[in-house]
Design a binder for this molecule. Sequence first.
Ligand code: GDP
Ligand code: MG
Ligand code: ZN
Length: 396
Amino acid sequence: MEQVQSVLNIGVVGHVDHGKTTLTSKITGQSTDRHSDEIKQGISIKLGYADACFYKCKTCQGLQSYGVTNKCHLCGGERELVRKVSFVDAPGHETLMAVMLSGATLLDGAILVVAANEECPQPRTIEHFSALKMHGLKNLVVAQNKLDLVTKEEALENYKKIRKFLDDEGYSHVPIIPTSAHFDANIDALVYALLANIPVPEIDTTSPLKMRIVRSFDINKPGTPLDKIKGGVLGGAVICGNLSVKQKVWLYPGITKPIELTIESLNSNGVSFKTVHAGGLIAIGTSMDPFFVSGDKMIGQLICDEKSKPLMSQNLELNYSKIDRLLDSNKDQIKLGENIVLIIGTAAHLGTIKKIKDNQVSVSLKNTAVYYKDETIAISRLVNGRWRLSGYAQAR
Ligand code: GDP
Ligand code: MG
Ligand code: ZN
């Protein structure tokens, strides 16, 4: 793996069993499902993460000169690194929708995986797509996967349905790349499409620091002598600003109150950094007692500096908009006293509706939320026993 920070985060989303995890492993060469082992060991990482390097042959032309290895399949020569990216593999299981949504706030682009052998769109295809659209994410590539399971005619029929879905949503610019993750087919074309359609965002190093936490853990093995104990590790993505070793930052909402802490180390996939900026996912070693961060306790927290401190409240006044396409969760209006889940950044909050006036909704939360005035908050409702995306809101 190249010793550079990955420059952006690409989500892999779509309906369950359409091939997200398989495709991610073919692109990154790592299994994001390895995290299920970590769950057994008590480090529950809810999203799968892996880095990938995209290469292009120096001499050859065409789609096949692109790939995820540094050796060219056409001439046998060396390819050069174009870009290193982080992949976030979202669980397709519907009960984990909230987790997928929290991932959406970190993404610079996404692959929407659609199986060619099923009717399109499937419920989770619509829901995941809506979550991306709600966050204003335009840089999307569709992988029309499992092409090996259909005839040419069926593939074309399915292609038309995907195209219609994208057109209806105002996403006509999105390319559809046929793939068979199982047979490693067309991964080179997918890499080309990702490079062409998900540009490296302009890195904002001048704004005050904002970083979202998506996992946290204790890296000390049982029996580690006291003088060798390392502080708690927080994993997430810098949204804007810089983060450097030795820097003092704030963790919000913290534990009972915001915590000031010192950055001890910065690491990504085994590579250490002195300074990181917006881009791929980073693990930071902190001065915190590892007890407080073990087992993902810090998911949803925010790291900021003196200038970027967020608002904090247990009562939110929201401007709510529902997403009509999501019929199952929107058949009736939200009700007074109804429980909803709010996804703010990477945090999921349970709340109760206290007041409704047109699209203005007052919600009281079980825990204190940290938020910024202009940020998009995803709203889920309980439909037939499951949390379903229903709309989005901004705090007033
Ligand atoms: P996810 O739920 O979207 O992450 O789907 P997985 O990657 O776990 O894949 C679900 C199943 O489909 C697995 O048994 C895969 O081996 C299989 N699969 C994935 N991609 C392909 C493909 O391109 N062709 C075929 N035939 N099977 C595939
Ligand atoms: Mg999967
Ligand atoms: Zn070549």
